[in-house]
Structure formats: structure tokens, C-alpha cells
Design a protein around this ligand. Structure first.
Ligand code: KIV
Ligand code: ZN
Length: 528
């Protein structure tokens, strides 16, 4: 991990704060896949989860620590813990297999949080910091302390809290803007104040963690760096609690493009940004807005005549970074119908995916099927195939066959054959349109009482033979679930997306104890 003074550590919390986005919860396999990609991005620290929250969270953090935490040049693997013994001991156990384990313990320091939420006195909070950081240090060398809601805390008390954490052995001190209240000038000033006045502050790394409630998370993170912070907590695509966290790709590219201004650097392999963005979007079902900086579909599209004219004369007229720097390939053609198993394996390896022979065999069959339907295959197509392969191992509902008829003369009718718990069922039904016919029929076949919240469709690659990707959100009494499906036939993609959402809902119901629970489903601890 970097310790040079002009180096900024990138602390990724996609798997913890990002996972707290409504509807963005991930399964263990999905978390592992994201963690592998974060390692490829070369982040310094992965906050892999909140181990005490549930046995599933513990299991995911432990698996990430074991696998990703032991890669060559592995990032530190971090587990979150409230400032209580049980959380810290659980986090210590979950991250113990990593070569660089970190415990991140936090407690609120603002009057409103101490008084109304914790019902603790300021003295009680200082004691909890002392106890928790000391306990964490007994288990790992690398302890991070966060003063939750720091930006609404009394400065003098915050400085005291930070001092106690440093005295007890915290090597990173995080000053989170938990509710997204900060403004750039204010947060810069706060970091300067703490670093200048707290004894021992210059010996530790100060970290910022900004939420985007006022749309200022990235600006505030950059200002915190100007104030002396040397760690930024952020997420891929800026996902996170409420309006989200600071978007990693935006912070890092601002530092890179404006290096002369900031004089700071990161170790991030920026060419991995686009792929990371797509992966997180696929796994969470959170669509990236087209005009999103750095990774949005339109981030490099020049539409107006004047812009196009200038761009064609000299790219620098309207472009401050080139798409290749962030991994946008411009839809590079990679494989086709005649490509063999070996070419597929090679290509996957250059994309960073190493599959077992058995996994490769399965993927190759699906690859051939897709290549038959679609002339040209792009990296994005392969990633969708892999994602589907990785994340739907034991689905309750499996689409077997689909036939849809419609047009101007006959009412839309769908005939669906699906497997439910291993048994095939068949049904036909009408609808207001072909997708409606499919969804009504699937609802009857699965017996679901969930409500469709949203349905969106987009073409993954250009051309009329593009792989269409459908994203569906469903809700069952407050339990949200997201599913995605991709196919060259948009109706098949729609059916797959709906079934993916229903399968994920089944897993969530299981986790929430609504279905006959798995023995490991203990009662959940509330999220921070
Ligand atoms: O926003 C916040 O305060 C947090 C802490 C747990 C660091 O996420
Ligand atoms: Zn947060």
C-alpha cells in the first residue's frame, strides 16, 4: 500500500456503503466478482462488508479476505464494526485470512446522533472509542476509526474523539460527511483544523467519506484532499446510501486530469473504470445515467455541430481525457461465430477472467448459441454471459421455452414453459402488449404476488442485432428485488429479467426469514 505523501489511498466501499443503496444488495458470488474487479482496478482498500450484520455478510467478507486478500499485491480487506466488542471480534475473524486485514470501527460524534440515536453522553462516546480501537488493535495492526456524522459534530469534541482514537492506535482517521451536509470550503477547513491541532495527527492518514445528498460528494472529497486528507472513501458509479457516495471514477480522474493543480496521485488503473462500472451496474441493477461523468454512455459523445467540427480539427478542443484512459473501447469487435474455445479462453483471460475447464465448457456452449444469433460479439456481450453464469447457480425458476405472438391483427399472447423447483410447467396467456402477456403468464406460473416497479430496456451494443438488456425492479411488501436479462430477442430478455428478479426475491425472502429459513439465517443487525 502506498504511503508517499502525495499518494492518495483509494478506499472502495461499493460492497458495504454501496450495497446499502435501496435494492442493491448482492449475493456472495456477486460480491466476490466485484472484489476481483476492484483488485484489478488496484484500489488500496476494499471495504468488503459489515460482518456482524448477518451470517451471509460475514461469509462474503471472509471469502473476499481469503481469495482477493491473498492475490499478489492484494489490497487491504476491511470489515466494518460498530464500537462494540461483538462487532469488532466478528470483523476481526472475518478479515483474518487477508494478507492485509483492516478493522474499521465507528461511532457517532454529533450531538443529535449521540443524544437521540445512541443515547450516550460525550464522555461515554470517548470511552467507547478508547475501548473499541484498543480491542481492534489487539487483533490487527491496521485500524481505522470513523467519527460518524463528523461534519455536524462540535469541532472541539471531534478533535478530542480523533485524539483518543490516535492514542489508542488507529492509523487511519475518517471524517465522514454521513448526511451529505458539507460544502467544499467548510470540509477543507475542518481537515486543516484537525490535522494542525490534534496531537499525533501528522502520524496518521486522514480520510474523507462524503455522501452526495447535495450533489457535492466529489467536490467535497477533492476539497478534503486539499485540506490534507490522503484517503478517499468512494464507490464505483457513486452508488451508496440515499443519494450515494463520492464516485471513485470521478475523484480519480479529477486528480489525474488536474494533477498540476492537486499535485496528488493514486495507484488506480483507470483503464478498468468502464468495465468496473458495467459490472457493478449489472450486479446491482442500478443503471448508470447516460450523462454520468467518466462512465456514462454519452460521456464521450459529441452531438452539437460546433463541437463535432472542433473535435474533428483537434480532439483537445472539446476533450480533456480520452475514452481509452477509462477503458471505453468504442465497442471493439472481439470474437465471432467461428471463434474457437481457445480464442474464447484467451480473450477472457485478457479481460481478467480465469475460468475452470468446466466453467469454460459451459460458457462456450452459451457463447456459440449467442454467436449464432448475433454476428459480432463484443467484450460487453462476454461480460453479460459471465455475469449470468456466475450469479444464477441455483435458481428456483428457470425459463425453458417462450413463444409470443402478436402484431396488428391478433391479441398479444405468450406461451411460457418454465421449470419451478425442477418441475416443468406450461401456460399461455394474453396481455396488453407482448411484454405484458409474458409477465402476466410468468406471474401466474410462479404464483408471485410481487408488484412490478419499473421496467427498462437498452441495447448493450450498437446495431439492430444488438444484445438487448432488460432491467426489472419488483417489490413484495417492501422487499425490493432487481433482475436483468440479456438476449438478442428483447422479449426473451424481458422474460429472463423478470425471472432473475423473482429468483433474487426468493433468496431475499429466505434471508429475511419469510421463506423456510436456512439454518444460518440469524436475525439481522441494522445497517450503519
Ligand atoms: O456515512 C458514514 O458515516 C458511514 C460510516 C460507517 C463511515 O458510512
Ligand atoms: Zn457512508
Amino acid at each position: 500500500m502506498s504511503s508517499m505523501p502525495d499518494m492518495v489511498r483509494i478506499f472502495d466501499t461499493t460492497l458495504r456503503d454501496g450495497e446499502q443503496s435501496p435494492g442493491a444488495s448482492m449475493q456472495k458470488e456477486e460480491k466476490l466478482q466485484v472484489a476481483r474487479q476492484l483488485a484489478r482496478l488496484n484500489v488500496d482498500i476494499i471495504e468488503a462488508g459489515f460482518p456482524v450484520a448477518s451470517p451471509d455478510d460475514f461469509d462474503a467478507v471472509q471469502s473476499i479476505a481469503q481469495e482477493v486478500g491473498n492475490l499478489p499485491e492484494a489490497p487491504a480487506i476491511c470489515g466494518l464494526a460498530r464500537a462494540v466488542d461483538k462487532d469488532i471480534l466478528t470483523a476481526a475473524k472475518a478479515v483474518s485470512a487477508a494478507s492485509l486485514p483492516r478493522i474499521h470501527t465507528f461511532i457517532a460524534t454529533s450531538p443529535i446522533h449521540m443524544d437521540k440515536k445512541l443515547k450516550m453522553s460525550p464522555e461515554g462516546v470517548l470511552k467507547a472509542i478508547e475501548r473499541s480501537v484498543t480491542l481492534a488493535r489487539k487483533h490487527v495492526e491496521d485500524v481505522e476509526f470513523s467519527a460518524e456524522d463528523a461534519l455536524r459534530s462540535d469541532r472541539t469534541f471531534l478533535a478530542k474523539a480523533v485524539q483518543v482514537a490516535i492514542e489508542c492506535g488507529a492509523s487511519t482517521v475518517n471524517i465522514p460527511d454521513t448526511v451529505g451536509y458539507a460544502v467544499p470550503g467548510g470540509i477543507r477547513d475542518l481537515f486543516r483544523f484537525l490535522i494542525d491541532t490534534v496531537p499525533g495527527a501528522k502520524q496518521v492518514v486522514f480520510s474523507c467519506h462524503c455522501h452526495d445528498d447535495l450533489g457535492l460528494a466529489v467536490a467535497n472529497s477533492l476539497s478534503a484532499l486539499e485540506g490534507g486528507a490522503r484517503q478517499v472513501e468512494c464507490t464505483v458509479n457513486g452508488i451508496g446510501e440515499r443519494a450515494g457516495n463520492a464516485a471513485m471514477e470521478e475523484v480519480v480522474m479529477a486528480l489525474k486530469v488536474r494533477k498540476a493543480w492537486f499535485g496528488l496521485d493514486t495507484r488506480i488503473r483507470t483503464e478498468e473504470f468502464f468495465r468496473s462500472s458495467r459490472l457493478v451496474s449489472s450486479v446491482t441493477g442500478m443503471v448508470v445515467q447516460p450523462n454520468k461523468a467518466i462512465v456514462g454512455e454519452n460521456a464521450f459523445a459529441h452531438e452539437s455541430g460546433i463541437h463535432q467540427d472542433g473535435f474533428l480539427k483537434d480532439k483537445d478542443t472539446y476533450e480533456i481525457l480520452v475514452p481509452e484512459q477509462v477503458g471505453v473501447s468504442g465497442g471493439k469487435l472481439i470474437l465471432g461465430k467461428h471463434s474457437g474455445r481457445h480464442a474464447l479462453k484467451d480473450r477472457l483471460e485478457t479481460m481478467g477472467y480465469v475460468l475452470s475447464d468446466e466453467e469454460l465448457d459451459r460458457l462456450f456452449v452459451r457463447f456459440k448459441k449467442l454467436a449464432d444469433q448475433k454476428k459480432d460479439l463484443y467484450e460487453e456481450d462476454l461480460e453479460t454471459l459471465i455475469w449470468e453464469e456466475d450469479t444464477h447457480p441455483k435458481d428456483r425458476f428457470v425459463l425453458k421455452r417462450l413463444h409470443v405472438s402478436g402484431g396488428t391483427e391478433i391479441p398479444p399472447t405468450a406461451t411460457v414453459v418454465l421449470e419451478r423447483d425442477g418441475v416443468e410447467h406450461r401456460m399461455a396467456g394474453l396481455g396488453d402488449g407482448p411484454v405484458d402477456a409474458i409477465y402476466r403468464t410468468v406471474s401466474k406460473l410462479t404464483g408471485t404476488t410481487s408488484r412490478l416497479v419499473s421496467y427498462s430496456v437498452k441495447a448493450i451494443t450498437g446495431g439492430t442485432d444488438a444484445l438487448g438488456e432488460v432491467t426489472v425492479r419488483i417489490d413484495l411488501d417492501g422487499l425490493l428485488s432487481i433482475g436483468q436479462g440479456a438476449d438478442t430477442d428483447i422479449l426473451v430478455a424481458s422474460a429472463k429479467a423478470y425471472l432473475a428478479a423473482l429468483n433474487r426475491l426468493e433468496r431475499k425472502k429466505m434471508k429475511a426469514g419469510i421463506l423456510s429459513p436456512h439454518p444460518s439465517n440469524a436475525k439481522a443487525t441494522p445497517s450503519p
